[in-house]
Design a protein around this ligand. Structure first.
Ligand code: GLA
Length: 511
């Protein structure tokens, strides 16, 4: 062999793997340390790479130059464009190390996260869909006649929590007085599941080694416990989901002693269509599986309001259903979600509740006035009250908001009637809701940024609660003091983003 040929062979030997590395065409799972996984498909043409988020069907544009991958996606984040940037360094043909600039929780914020991008077969992310049942109305399971109350791990921890955290939260729920105020369910959101054992049973991951022992512990505190999975093969962050194992998983949850299931669409997005038929069918399937266990398990639908779930949530067996995308801990998110709920109020009925997402009270992103607005609005909406903060370290102010028994009583009022919105005056809103026992609650909300006088007429209440002509007594539910009923109107100066919440009732001596 001459030297030229030897050199050529050497170059060929070195460049063959490199040539094999050139194409990134195909499917990839991007696992970000901060928030879980997304599935991407990539298509390369020269140095140009086109990508698609397979869950959301949103495009990326990018390049692959040598071993450096660069992807960008312009998203709409709180009404403003935000560019997500993913940079990858190729480690092998099938793996990149990633850094990403992603939107933060609040408008204008961003954060840097790291992760990995791994090539997968199409079949791994698009397994065949599990069959769905023919749609048929589910019987009422008789649970949660008033909106459920409790704590959920997601808002404060995302998936960075463990068995110990949940136990400590159950301890704190009792020791802080939350349990005595009515909070009952301790709900383990995404992050507990691992894989399936040899018999196909879902099991907890290293942070949740014994899900039954955890349930026993929480029950030992006199509380109830909730768990989380998805109709898809995995949940949002890539943890194991329940597709094709619905009956087994329902039975496992029942055997472990769980009392509440949050069933999050997330990982189902790649498998099923976001049509009412698929959504309703997937939820009905799990409702049937839960009923088959014979254990009373509250069924919480989480599909962000798709397919106008409030029209069919009850038929699919739901006790509550999320009506919106995820809340975050700032005013714009809470205010927008809260007030848009007013249009669908009549769809909440005892045992079947609209769920505008969990509380952010105590997480630090809003002022105390804003958190009082959050709590008042959720109570008026008859929303589930699921605290989303660290119950072990609550300030007195946070406790006074989450454990305001007079406001909780509005949420839990046995009449369960919808709230009525009067015509907004600029940024001032007056909401009225009839309560049991000839009472009405009035919320005066200032959505603006400067203090504002807001009024209502005492005689406007009789339209809603039949109070006409009788003596009234009124009480400020945040100041915990009586208000003198006098004159034609009542006016309060409401702080920016604040609320005054008043309960008005017929004087019992006049009934
Ligand atoms: C979705 C849900 C959230 C939470 C996360 C977990 O975003 O809406 O409430 O459960 O998934 O990944």
């Amino acid at each position: 062999m001459n030297i030229k040929r030897l050199l050529w062979l050497l170059v060929a030997a070195c460049s063959l793997p490199a040539a094999a590395q050139l194409s990134v065409d195909g499917y990839w799972i991007y696992h970000a340390r901060e928030y879980g996984s997304i599935v991407l498909s990539l298509k390369q043409s020269g140095d140009t790479v086109a990508g698609l988020n397979e869950d959301r069907k949103t495009p990326f544009t990018g390049t692959l130059v040598g071993s450096r991958l660069h992807l960008e996606q312009v998203t709409n984040f709180h009404g403003k464009p935000f560019t997500i940037v993913i940079d990858g360094a190729r480690k092998s043909n099938d793996e990149f190390e990633i850094t990403e600039i992603a939107p933060g929780v609040r408008p204008g914020e961003s954060f840097k996260t790291e992760g990995s991008l791994r090539r997968v077969d199409r079949e791994a992310i698009y397994p065949p869909r599990a069959p769905l049942p023919t749609l048929a109305d589910r019987p009422d399971n008789g649970l949660v006649r008033t909106p459920p109350m409790g704590w959920n791990s997601w808002n404060h921890y995302h998936d960075h929590f463990d068995d110990k955290t949940v136990r400590e939260m159950a301890d704190a729920m009792v020791s802080s007085g939350m349990a005595a105020a009515g909070y009952q369910y301790v709900i383990v959101d995404e992050g507990w599941s691992s894989t399936r054992d040899a018999n196909g049973h879902i099991i907890g991951n290293a942070r949740f080694p014994d899900m039954k022992a955890l349930a026993d512990y929480v029950h030992g505190k006199g509380l109830k416990i909730g768990i989380y999975t998805s109709p898809g093969p995995d949940v949002c962050g890539g943890y194991t989901g329940s597709m094709g194992h619905e009956e087994e998983d329902a039975q496992t949850f029942a055997d472990w002693g769980y009392d509440y299931l949050k069933y999050d669409w997330c990982g189902a997005r790649r498998i099923y269509q976001p049509t009412q038929a698929d959504l309703q069918g997937a939820y009905q399937k799990m409702s049937m599986a839960l009923a088959k266990t014979g254990r009373p398990i509250v069924f919480s639908l989480c599909e962000y309001g798709w397919g106008d779930v409030w029209n069919w949530g009850t038929q699919s067996g739901g006790n509550l259903w999320r009506t919106t995308h995820d809340i975050s801990d700032h005013w714009e998110s809470m205010d927008t979600i809260g007030f848009t709920q007013l249009a669908i109020q009549e769809h909440s009925t005892p045992g079947h509740w609209n769920d505008p997402d969990m509380l952010e009270v105590g997480n630090g992103g809003m002022t105390s006035d804003e958190y009082r607005t959050h709590m008042s609005l959720w109570a008026l909406l008859r929303a589930p009250l699921l605290a989303g903060n660290d119950l072990r370290t609550m300030t007195d102010e946070t406790k006074s908001i989450l454990m305001n028994k007079e406001v909780i009583a509005v949420d839990q009022d046995p009449a369960g009637l919808p709230v009525h919105r009067t015509t907004p005056q600029g940024t001032s809103e007056v909401l009225l809701r009839p309560l049991a026992n000839e009472a009405v609650v009035v919320g005066l909300f200032n959505r603006g940024t400067s203090p504002s006088p807001i009024s209502f007429r005492w005689d406007s209440l009789d339209l809603k609660a039949g109070l006409g002509g009788k003596m009234l007594i009124a009480r400020d539910l945040w100041r915990h003091e009586p208000i003198t009923v006098t004159g034609i109107t009542y006016t309060a100066t409401v702080p920016p983003h604040g609320v005054v919440l008043i309960r008005v009732a017929v004087d019992p001596t006049q009934r």
